[in-house]
Design a binder for this molecule. Structure first.
Ligand code: ZN
Length: 263
């Protein structure tokens, strides 16, 4: 779930209904802000980019534009998507990583669009059964998996107080190593103690939204300062609310921040 909810109660109702019925009362489509995107971050032959802003409508009551956790990585001839959402791109996925099953992270429509018979889907234990056939790899926290040209490890991702991403849910983040670049994708998480053990992260991709269900700009900056990545990409935040500036104000100056949106 995004961190953009003005009403925690409404958010809880939306998640409850989704859990019971499998139907989302959330409609998500492309945002008009997509045209403002920068070029991808390039590190050697590795390219990392956000897949664009989305517009979300919950029950018709909350309407907002935000940057989701949807990331595209291209390297070593591989195309990797994490939590793909409202993708315009038609490049087939070699890998799709899913951090958790909330509708703004686990989009069946986008998986269908991007996957072919060769695509490897990586996800937590609670991914629906029909996605666990074929090339599925179940994420197990702490276990390093090498697969063709990439290596990855699932890591902890949870809320300390909010019950939306409880530790017992077994949601995950990932450290993906491709072409000597270590990319940490946090998922919807607070700044948790396990982050202090992350080492040699080239690029950390952290949520910086409101802070109800994941890190806010100040706690994300604290996490970044502890992880000490060479670069950081803030994601999963509402547009036009100054989140990027709040984040940059608390970030150590030796960490390069890459902001994909400009207004
Ligand atoms: Zn979530």
């Amino acid at each position: 779930m995004p961190i953009i909810m003005k009403s925690k109660r409404l958010l809880n109702i939306a998640i409850f209904l989704y859990a019971i019925t499998g139907q989302s009362c959330i409609s998500i489509k492309q945002s008009a802000y997509n045209s403002n995107y920068q070029a991808p971050l390039e590190i050697g032959t590795c390219k990392i980019n956000s897949t664009g802003a989305v517009h979300m409508n919950i029950f018709g009551l909350i309407k907002t534009d935000f940057i989701p956790a949807s990331i595209k990585i291209e390297s070593a001839g591989q195309t990797i998507y994490c939590d793909p959402l409202v993708i315009n791109d038609t490049t087939k996925a070699d890998y799709i990583f899913i951090t958790h099953t909330h509708p703004d992270h686990f989009s069946k429509k986008d998986i269908k669009k991007l996957a072919d018979s060769e695509t490897v889907l990586v996800g937590p234990v609670n991914i629906p059964k029909n996605y666990k056939k074929g090339n599925f790899i179940q994420a197990e926290i702490g276990k390093t998996i090498r697969h063709k040209h990439i290596q990855f490890q699932a890591v902890e991702s949870y809320n300390l107080e909010s019950k939306i991403h409880k530790p017992g849910n077994k949601f995950v983040g990932y450290v993906i190593a491709v072409d000597s670049v270590n990319i940490y994708i946090a998922g919807d998480t607070d700044y948790i103690p396990e982050m202090n053990s992350l080492k040699n992260i080239t690029v950390a991709i952290l949520p910086i939204g409101e802070g109800n269900t994941a890190m806010n700009p100040a706690s994300a900056a604290k996490a970044a300062n502890a992880i000490k990545p060479a670069m950081i990409i803030p994601i999963h935040y509402e547009l036009n609310q100054n989140r990027e500036k709040q984040f940059l104000d608390s970030l150590q100056s030796d960490i390069r921040a890459v902001i994909f949106t400009e207004y």
